[in-house]
Design a protein around this ligand. Structure first.
Ligand SMILES: Nc1ncnc2c1ncn2[C@@H]1O[C@H](COP(=O)(O)OP(=O)(O)OP(=O)(O)O)[C@@H](O)[C@H]1O
Ligand SMILES: [Mg+2]
Length: 234
């Protein structure tokens, strides 16, 4: 009998190795990330917590290829994205990463459904399957009755839920959430975290979730703390 392979660990979703980010602000330099190293497994949910200004959004933006590191290595799905040019990065993000930004930015002239289907269309996966998935996600997010609304006809929490649906639309390998429940009351916050967890866990997807809310960290597999741009040992 051929011997079965021994356990092969899948490629991590994210590997940040000694990542540094220095912002230039006039004559001043702001060190937003020191030498941050973080590995997120392919099916892991990591909560990232830390005070305002500690570097959380900076770390997420670098992990998702929205922002370039000043130094260090960024591997996403085993690919070194620090070598990519802008065009490669744009394509890479569209296919591999979902974002839910701190400031939700939906397309104002598209309905809730269209804000989801547009990301599928941009990656050549539009049509009725995309529409069905958009409707299913909006139902799960408790927005079944708001599918045809434009963003300015939605509450802040509803807009945030549309943004979560949009990030999950293309079934990316990595989803980055920046305070996804900050505009939701605690009951809805829990529901949304349950949805995020089931979507992530059902699809062998990884997620980094920035949150200030310790109740939300219960939905993560692991919590990582950041202070002054340094990840604290756990
Ligand atoms: N474009 C920029 N130019 C200069 N400094 C910046 C820039 N963006 C962020 N910073 C600074 O870098 C540090 C980290 O910012 P970051 O947005 O990552 O913090 P954060 O942990 O996400 O904070 P919050 O919880 O308030 O969202 C802060 O000191 C911030 O002022
Ligand atoms: Mg932030």
């Amino acid at each position: 009998m051929p011997s079965s392979p021994t356990h092969v660990s899948p490629t991590p979703a994210v590997q940040l190795e000694s990542v540094r980010k220095v912002y230039q602000s006039g004559d001043d330099e702001v060190v937003a990330l020191g030498h941050a190293s973080l590995t997120v497994a392919s099916d892991e949910i990591v909560a990232l917590v830390g005070p305002s200004g500690s570097g959380k959004t900076t770390l997420l933006s670098i992990a998702g290829g929205l922002l370039r590191a000043s130094d260090g290595t960024v591997l996403v799905g085993g690919e070194d994205i620090t070598t990519y040019d802008q065009k490669q990065l744009t394509k890479f993000r569209g296919n591999n990463v979902g974002f839910v930004f701190q400031a939700v930015n939906l397309v104002p002239f598209l309905t809730a459904t269209e804000n989801l289907t547009v990301v599928a269309e941009m990656n050549g996966r539009g049509g009725s399957a995309a529409k069905q998935r958009a409707h299913a996600l909006l139902e799960q997010l408790g927005l079944g009755h708001r599918k045809r609304n434009l963003p300015d006809q939605l509450s802040g929490g509803e807009r945030q839920r549309v943004a979560i649906g949009r990030a999950l639309m293309n079934e990316p390998g990595l989803v980055l959430f920046d305070e996804p429940t900050s505009a939701l009351d605690s009951k809805l916050g829990v529901q949304v975290m349950e949805l995020i967890r089931s979507e992530i866990k059902g699809r062998q997807t990884a997620a980094i979730i920035v949150t200030h809310d310790t109740r939300m960290t219960e939905f993560a597999d692991r919590t990582v703390e950041i202070a002054d741009g340094e990840l604290l040992p756990t």
